[in-house]
Each structure stands twice: as structure tokens, then as C-alpha cells.
Write a protein that binds this ligand. Structure first.
Ligand SMILES: [Zn+2]
Length: 461
């Protein structure tokens, strides 16, 4: 047994009791009644970094403070930026929790508490990974910087202002955070016993369209057939955005799509994903989507179009023969690398203007947009992380993508020009944002070991 394993064994219980102590602090960032607890959670974490002699700061922001800590720069070695968050989702509804959300309780090898997996339990593995390294091997072989925010669940205004340079003191933020790679542990493994690296995320572009026809709601008998009904027009316009094969019809939409290569397709199909189980879980008779791609390919690596909200006319009980004056829809496209949300917005606007019939006024309202993210499977950081996970979990990770977006990953790319390793130690059924949030303690310890191994593996690059 190496020194390192010995250290982890000796501190096994203390790692857990430290985590439980932190989980007891109700750091609910969205609710100002908990401001004191949020600050206490930040101070507790900063204290832990200080105990390891990391250069630590509590950075005050317009919202909750950021916790920043760094180890010394190692000449000629890479710098790793670890991001995480110490705020948690509100625990409501309380009555659905089997044990109180801020009294960590261990059952079947899991710790149950709000923040167990999202993100306190996952984030803190990196603090303990650094600790174990320092206590057994001396100095870290790479520089590690920690940036831990308290508003991930509530919009992240403080982090945004910090990244924009608003709290710069002696060092500009870009220099302060300069790194070669970022690491985030705030997602899931592929399945129990099967760790994963998430190497791709989708982007998004979101819109609202409001159509206006006649100057008031009309009687559909007296006026129907004489003016364009905005609800009819909206349905026709939205239907034109996608064809029967699930292909989005916006000109140029697929031009920059980073196509899946053979290796990725084989990788996905080797995961043994079952369409039947998925169908049953969702309660539908048939799956649907873009032709020529498997369910996992469509979920993880193909762009999609969905109407998110649609309203017009009469919504109440019974019938009302109205020809509505207005109709609106919210809809979005999930994008993949290297689709550009701005180009798609411009092309969509032009297309809708052409589709909008005479007699209808269109108000086109773009909401937010963000590009997708993909880290090359050939990146040396990816191989380093895979080796570290294999050492920590005893199983090599699989490579997966996600249909979701993580805005901070895009910010790191834009601002620091770096990629992010998404190393999730959680499970899909961890109930994050729901009652009875949990985290497997075995995975917690495996995460600590993986983190500790990661520093050496990255140093070898
Ligand atoms: Zn999270």
C-alpha cells in the first residue's frame, strides 16, 4: 500500500465528518433568510484551504462571496483551475425528505442531504485530493487554483462581475485565473460502477415570437376567412422550421455542425443504451428525432428544435368561437459545436420574416444564446483524467456527452482560452434539486483518490 492509500484509509472517517459538517450549513443562495449560513459555508471552505497553506481569499461580490485559493506556481508545469459551488438549491418540499435536508444521514452507503452531490460533496473531493497529495508527497506537481462560487443555483451575478474584471485589485482576473485546463466535478457517472468523462455539452439559442393580426379578438363566424388568424399563422411558421425527418429547415443551420466521427459513434453504441427502457421510462410508444442517428447520438451530439411554450386564443372550459388578435411562442434550438448562435439567429429571423404572412405583424425577441462545447478525445488532458479515474475508481471511464449546457465552461473557453474536464462522481438518480438528494460515499472516496492522482497525471503531460 502506498503512503497515499494509507493516508486515505487513515482519514476516511474524517473526510466524511468534514463533509457532513459542511452539509449541515444551509447555504441556500436564493433565499436571503439564509445569507448568514451561505457566508458561513464560504468561510468554512476558505478556512479549509488556508489550513493547507493555500493562498486563500474570500472575494466579496454584488452577491455571495467567491472562495478563491491557489497553490504555488510550478515553473514549467501546467496550472489547473478547479471550479465548483458551495450554494445549494432550496430543499422544499420539506415533507418529502425522509430525513431533514441539513442533517446528513447515511443509508445504504449514501449520504442524504441537500448539497450532497450538487455540489459540495463532489467539489470537496478536490480539496481532499490536494490535501492527501500535500501530506504524503510534499509539494503539488502542478499549480492548482480553486474558484468556488455561491450563486451557481441563482444566476451567478457575482461570478459574472468578477470574470468581467469588476473586482480586480493588483492582478487582472484573466491573469489571476490563467490556467491550462479547468476541472469541474458537478455531473454524473454513466451508471453505478461506470465512471465517465463528459467531453461534450450542447449550446442553446432561445427565442420568443409574438404575432399580432387584427386590432381586437374577433368573432370567428363573422370575420373568419377574411383576415389572417395569428394562431394559424404561428402554427404554420413553426411547422416550417422542421421537416418530417427531424431536420431543422433554417438555411445554413447544419453548415458548421461538428459531425460525429466513427470512433465516437462506436463509443456511444458500446454503452449498451436501451431504447426500450428509455421509451418505457418516458411512457411513450415510439421514440422520434432526426433520421439517421441513434437515440444517444440525438441526445448528446445532434442539434434539436423544441417549442417551449405556445399560447393564443381561448384557453378556458368549453368553446369560444374567437379569432384571436395575438399569438406567441417560446422555442429554442439546442446546438452542437461549432454552430454559431448569432448566425443562426440572423438566419432564423430572415426565414420567419419571409414566412410571416401579409396582415400579420411579427415581434422577434431573441433571449439567450451560448455555443456548444466539445473537448477532443485526443486531448492529453483527457488521457490524464482517464488514467486518474481508473486509478481512483478501479475502472476506466467511458466518454459521454450531455444535452445540457454549463455556461461557465463557455466563459472559461472565451476568456481564458482553455478547455474543461467534466469529471462527475454523482449518479443520475442522486435527486439533485429534488427531495432526498444523495451521494454515494464510496464514490466520494473514489473521487478523492482520483483527484489526488490527477495532479501527477497532468504533470506528466
Ligand atoms: Zn451544481
Amino acid at each position: 500500500m502506498s503512503n497515499f492509500d494509507e493516508y486515505l484509509t487513515k482519514n476516511h472517517d474524517r473526510f466524511e465528518s468534514d463533509l457532513f459538517e459542511w452539509l449541515r450549513m444551509p447555504s441556500i443562495g436564493t433565499d436571503s433568510a439564509y445569507d448568514k449560513d451561505v457566508r458561513q459555508a464560504a468561510q468554512w471552505l476558505a478556512g479549509k484551504f488556508s489550513e493547507l497553506d493555500l493562498k486563500t481569499e474570500l472575494i466579496e461580490t454584488c452577491g455571495h462571496p467567491l472562495v478563491y485559493a491557489e497553490s504555488p506556481k510550478i515553473e514549467g508545469a501546467p496550472t489547473v483551475l478547479v471550479y465548483g459551488h458551495y450554494d445549494v438549491q432550496p430543499p422544499d418540499p420539506y415533507e418529502l425528505w425522509e430525513t431533514p435536508p441539513f442533517e446528513p444521514s447515511v443509508r445504504d452507503g449514501n449520504v442524504y442531504a441537500r448539497g450532497a452531490t450538487d455540489d459540495k460533496g463532489q467539489m470537496i473531493t478536490h480539496l481532499f485530493g490536494v490535501e492527501a497529495y500535500l501530506k504524503t508527497k510534499g509539494d503539488l506537481p502542478v499549480q492548482v487554483k480553486f474558484l468556488i462560487e455561491g450563486e451557481e443555483e441563482s444566476g451567478g451575478a457575482g461570478l459574472a462581475a468578477f470574470l468581467a474584471g469588476e473586482y480586480d485589485k493588483d492582478v487582472p482576473v484573466k491573469e489571476k485565473l490563467a490556467a491550462d485546463i479547468a476541472v469541474i466535478s458537478d455531473c454524473s457517472q454513466y451508471a453505478p460502477g461506470q465512471p465517465a468523462i463528459t467531453y461534450g455539452l450542447k449550446g442553446i439559442t432561445y427565442f420568443q415570437v409574438n404575432l399580432t393580426g387584427p386590432n381586437r379578438d374577433l368573432h370567428s363566424g363573422s370575420f373568419g376567412g377574411t383576415v389572417t388568424n395569428p394562431a394559424n399563422a404561428l402554427c404554420k411558421m413553426l411547422a416550417a422550421l422542421i421537416d418530417d425527418d427531424g431536420r431543422v429547415q433554417i438555411p445554413g443551420f447544419y453548415d458548421n455542425v461538428n459531425e460525429l466521427d466513427q470512433r465516437e459513434r462506436e463509443q456511444f453504441s458500446s454503452l449498451g443504451f436501451s431504447d426500450e427502457e428509455y421509451r418505457n421510462e418516458l411512457g411513450v410508444k415510439e421514440l422520434a428525432g432526426e433520421k439517421g442517428f441513434t437515440t444517444l447520438e440525438r441526445r448528446w451530439a445532434r442539434p434539436t428544435f423544441d417549442i417551449n411554450g405556445l399560447w393564443s386564443g381561448y384557453q378556458g372550459e368549453g368553446a369560444k368561437t374567437v379569432l384571436p388578435a395575438k399569438a406567441s411562442a417560446k422555442f429554442s434550438f439546442r446546438l452542437v459545436p461549432d454552430q454559431d448562435p448569432h448566425e443562426i439567429e440572423a438566419s432564423l429571423k430572415k426565414m420567419l420574416e419571409e414566412l410571416c404572412p401579409p396582415g400579420i405583424e411579427m415581434d422577434f425577441d431573441p433571449h439567450h444564446g451560448a455555443p456548444g462545447f466539445v473537448l477532443s478525445l485526443d486531448s492529453p488532458f483527457m488521457s490524464a483524467a482517464a488514467r486518474a479515474i481508473e486509478l481512483g475508481f478501479g475502472t476506466a471511464p467511458v466518454f459521454v456527452r450531455s444535452g445540457g449546457s454549463i455556461p461557465v465552461v463557455n466563459r472559461f473557453t472565451e476568456m481564458l482560452g482553455i478547455d474543461t474536464l467534466l469529471l462527475g462522481w454523482g449518479q443520475d438518480d442522486d435527486n439533485l434539486h429534488s427531495p432526498n438528494e444523495k451521494f454515494s460515499l464510496e464514490d466520494f472516496h473514489r473521487g478523492i483518490k482520483s483527484s489526488c492522482c490527477l495532479w501527477d497525471e497532468i504533470a506528466k503531460i
